[in-house]
Design a protein around this ligand. Structure first.
Ligand code: B12
Ligand SMILES: Nc1nc2c(ncn2[C@@H]2O[C@H](COP(=O)(O)OP(=O)(O)O)[C@@H](O)[C@H]2O)c(=O)[nH]1
Ligand SMILES: [Mg+2]
Length: 404
């Protein structure tokens, strides 16, 4: 029988926009509405969160190789803040990334005239229909992501990842046909050994991103000069092709110049990672910039194997960590999770939850049945300085040392 035709969207290079709310501003309901609408119109939205410093917005725009930065500002400081973002982008050699924004009852037409003179592209005012915003964004900020010899440092790396993403696009919306990934673009090498690559998988909401941020804080403290890379995969919506790439919102410690954070949308690839992830990992390793590379999968289910742990081919990562929360639904559900058979490390996160005690005993029994000496690490990633996360980080450092 012929395979049923899918009605899914064709993923033609989605536009990537970084959105954020400035420092000392908690008005995030407008940007949330805009984010959803942008994703509904097929854009990839990397959301940084509210109360964000200009430097954090600039760093994220560079590392994400964003087409454009959208700032939603209600705190009254827009004239100074937008200028600061524009100036920092220019000063760092990334003035090609345009900046626009909105801010209902706070930004006046007079303010906009001044802001435009200072380099802001445009302001959307109260009452602008969302469809008009979407059409303008799509019309004015689409671009061809070509190699650019002028880009240096993280931007050069970021552009190489963008090109890898485009090379690995699915063909004509057919999820079963992925175009053959071309050779990974090259970036300047430091001569350092490639870093240790840890894959982090687990159900959506288990706390993977929060845990990664806590692990990052330990890396930065224990390694005063090294760099860490985070490749955060999030799902694209199959109907629109858009995505809300929200893993940066959990990043507190990962907002640091020693952290290279890149969000990747799956763009129709159903393995739990973007189809470009193998090339992206390769680029990060070959750059020689990073001591540790963390790859976060999308929220995965029972039979997923995003890092190729069970296959005969070479694994995508040096080791893997499976993260789950106490509410996995009972013993039978636990038996079904394939990655519990193959993960090198398992973290039971959210140990502040009342069900954690039982969960810990059940998961330990499940791992004992494997007979592979897999260690279970109870963690509470939402708590800073959690001793469980300390133990997990020490175990990762030991694995990395063995690997080097
Ligand atoms: C909702 C609201 C709140 C909510 C916020 C909820 C939340 N989580 O966001 C609550 C009640 C919590 C709140 C609190 C406060 N608020 Co308030 N709040 C508002 C209000 C009424 C609406 C803002 C809004 O969300 N509008 C909905 C959006 C969708 O519509 P819009 O703004 O017209 O947006 C259009 C465009 O601008 C564009 N756009 C907007 N952002 C972006 C981004 C991108 C990327 C793009 C493409 C487009 C775009 O899209 C829309 C298209 O039509 C405004 C009044 C106003 N008229 O703006 C005050 C207002 C912003 N708040 C104000 C103040 C003072 C406060 C408080 C300090 C009050 C207090 N003393 O506690 C606190 C501060 C909170 C904080 N932590 O920052 C003042 C700010 C004054 C100033 N800057 O000089 C305002 C202007 C009210 C006033 N007239 O005094 N607030
Ligand atoms: N109570 C509690 N909440 C947590 C813990 N770790 C993460 N969270 C929260 O769980 C939610 C999902 O976390 P996130 O890291 O985004 O999960 P992910 O989807 O697995 O990446 C967020 O609201 C976190 O703040 C924890 O140890 N305890
Ligand atoms: Mg996450």
């Amino acid at each position: 029988m012929a395979a049923a035709k899918t009605s899914r969207a064709s993923f033609a290079t989605p536009l990537r926009i970084l959105t954020a709310v400035p420092v000392c501003d908690g008005h995030d309901s407008a940007v949330t509405t805009i984010n959803i609408e942008l994703a509904r119109h097929g854009l990839e939205v990397i959301y940084l969160g509210y109360h964000q410093a200009a430097s954090a917005i600039v760093r994220a725009a560079i590392q994400e190789d964003a087409n454009v930065v959208g700032i939603s500002s209600y705190n009254g400081g827009h004239i100074v803040f937008f200028k600061e973002v524009v100036d920092q982008l220019k000063k760092s050699g990334n003035g090609d990334i345009p900046v626009f924004g909105g801010g209902g009852g706070t930004i006046t037409h007079g303010d906009e005239r001044l802001m435009k003179r200072q380099g802001t592209d445009r302001i959307f005012f109260a009452g602008t229909p969302l469809d008009d915003i979407m059409n303008l964004v799509k019309r004015d900020y689409a671009r061809d992501a070509k190699p650019n010899a002028k880009f240096k440092g993280d931007r050069a790396l970021a552009r190489a990842l963008t090109i890898a993403e485009e090379n690995a696009m699915t063909v004509g919306g057919d999820y079963s046909k992925t175009s053959r990934p071309k050779a990974a673009p090259t970036v300047q090498k430091t001569g350092k050994a490639p870093g240790f690559v840890l894959g982090v998988a687990g159900p959506g909401g288990a706390g993977k991103s929060t845990l990664i941020d806590e692990l990052t804080s330990r890396f930065l403290r224990s390694n005063p000069t090294g760099r860490i890379a985070i490749l955060a995969n999030d799902p694209s919506h199959p109907d629109t092709g858009g995505a809300i790439l929200g893993d940066r919102v959990s990043a507190i410690y990962a907002q640091d110049d020693r952290v290279f954070f890149r969000s990747l949308a799956t763009r129709g690839n159903l393995t739990g990672l973007s189809a470009s992830a193998p090339a992206a990992i390769d680029i990060l390793k070959k750059s020689g910039e990073f001591d540790l590379i963390l790859v976060e999968s999308v929220g995965v289910g029972q039979e997923s194997d995003p890092f190729g742990i069970f296959g005969k081919a070479k694994k995508l990562v040096d080791a893997s960590l499976f993260v789950l929360a106490p509410y996995y639904g009972g013993l039978i559900q636990l038996q079904k999770i394939a990655l519990l058979n193959g993960a090198d490390l398992v973290a039971l996160n959210k140990c502040d939850h009342p069900m954690a005690h039982t969960a810990r005993a059940e998961i330990q029994a499940r791992l004992d049945q494997n007979g592979k000496d897999q260690m279970l690490y109870p963690t509470t990633a939402a708590k800073h300085f959690d001793p469980g996360v300390d133990h997990l980080f020490a175990a990762i450092a030991t694995l990395a040392a063995k690997n080097s």
